[in-house]
Design a protein around this ligand. Sequence first.
Ligand code: ME8
Length: 669
Amino acid sequence: MGKFYITTPIYYPSANLHIGHAYTTVAADALARFHRLRGDDTWFLTGTDEHGQKMEQAARAAGKEPLEFVDGIVAGIRELWRVLDITYDDFIRTTEPRHQKVIGDIFTRLWQKGDIYLGRYEGWYCTGCEAYYTETQAKDIGYHCPDHDKPLERVGEDAYFFRLSAYAGRLREHIERNPEFVQPPSRRQEMLSFIDQGLEDLCVSRSSFRWGIPVPFAPGHVVYVWIDALCNYISALGYPDGERYRRYWPADVHLVGKEILRFHTIIWPIILMALGEPLPRRVFGHGWLVLESGKMSKTRGNVVDPLVLVERYGLDAVRYFLLREIPFGADGYYSEEALVRRTNSDLANDLGNLVHRSLSMLKRFAGGRVPAPARREPVDDEIPALAGEVVESFASSMEDLQISTALAEVWRLVGRLNKYIDEAAPWALRRAGDERVNTVLYQMAEGIRLLSVLLKPVLVRSAPLMWESVGAPRPFTEVTWEDTRWGLLPPGSPVKVGEPLFPRRELGGALVTTPHAAGPEDKPGAGPAREAATARPAGQAEAGKVEQDRGIRVAEAGEGEEGLVSIDAFRRLDLRVARVTGAERVPGADRLLRLRIDLGGEEREIVAGIAEHYRPEEVVGRSVVVITNLQPARIRGIESRGMLLAAQEGGRLVLVTTDGDIPAGARVT
Ligand code: ME8
């Protein structure tokens, strides 16, 4: 057990934050939660960077005083973190007295030491970037900021400077000697080259605007951007003599976007050197989420609102997507399609299906209690072995800040468990009276328990449900790293089958319904309207309820579960092409047709609820698709042996037929 101090950048509250800010913060949150799980004494800091000309201008544009303006946005940021369930321990605002006091002291101290001196600054300045451009840089971009689409301003003023140049050699040495310091490693050389180009002293005060922390010894000057912003990481801990400062400094990780990595690996360590304080262990510059239309930016207005995504797809899907989709460190394209794809494949199909099919088998084959393992085969031992391996590599990837890799590791276990169930076929073991069924069922339950522990830092809504679903003994809040040991689930634990954890989603967030799932259309007003027509059985259209019940029966017969259908369950449906050889109305039932069908040698009768849409003579001779292996149903005294498929939307219904000639009896897969 050690300590772990992690920070995010403090964000500018000039406008509401977007998915890019959520990305950094969710990643930091997952890492903080992981270290708490490990038992580390963890401190997680985030906050807001509230001073500067840009903020002053934004406030003015909104007709407000700067503090009043940022107060509003900061409240929105805290709300966003609440919705994303960000477990920060402290939130620092640079307008707080605890921060202002420390900055004033640091500034004075560096001035007294001679590391800060008065000079004159002239340069090309962009108020959007809050940065000066060197003459060469300014010329390269035609004296016009491409990010903010505004001309650079020529600015000259008396200003204080910080002697970065005096520390270049020491910093270079530090970076060379501490390969961990700049992360990911691919960015190290970039930082070294930057130092080698020669560090210029840094302008650290301004007198052309007021919205900043006053320089204590120089009326008219305010501390300018980087000293104010970077020192939040220590002011929040109560630097120089606070208890927290002694306990948590140096930081274990400063997590930042790659565009501010340089400030964190050059200016920040030099400030700390000048103060005689230890340097952070690692600074990690992650890549950008990029849209098809380019980099997201508040100024450009092409931003994605995380609140909308959580509303549409659920918190866990958004957190998982952000952490899994892009290798941590690289840039990656963001799109809602990718989010939906990732959610459906990894969460609905892989994990959700594993959980749901396991629980429903535990319920049906073991009376809802986790059985004690019994007879084993060698393949049964592969599961605990793989679990041990995955736990190890998950932990080491998380320690190395490789969150996406860590999750991919967990999915190795998810995949293996699904395959294990398919291969071991507990339903067949049970039918054969083989007691190994209990071994397999136990391992399924134990797998779910262990996965819930590993996923605790990421799937903050569903991991506790997974833990509880297999009746694990203690409250999930008390789970520790010890709980990643295989075999801790006591036999006899009660199993709870709930709603599927991760329903499949369509773009826009609507649930995907299957013919066998009780979908939103079955419960009026219970869900968003579906946009697309879906194929559904129309054979028993007398009452929607019957279809729904039937669907569930089919899923159960196929060892699947209520709601989700495994591929095995689907394969057990016998869908065939049938030729309609005769049709007549059912007396006294407006909606029903009695059909005679040819299944390539076999003749059958089915009753279909299509009479309001098709006249008998319109269907005779057509090729239709029929589920042939349903239990027969008696409808109006007629035995109906099968169900035909039709697509339905609004008041319209059309038969599902084949695209091309194919003999009756052909299998539909
Ligand atoms: O830079 N993709 O604040 P800021 C990934 N106040 N991450 C993104 C992103 C994107 N498209 N857009 C933003 C500041 N971020 C300063 C920081 S720290 C002492 C001072 C994330 O509001 C990423 O972490 O512009 C980036 O570094 C940060 O938001 C910039 O936030």
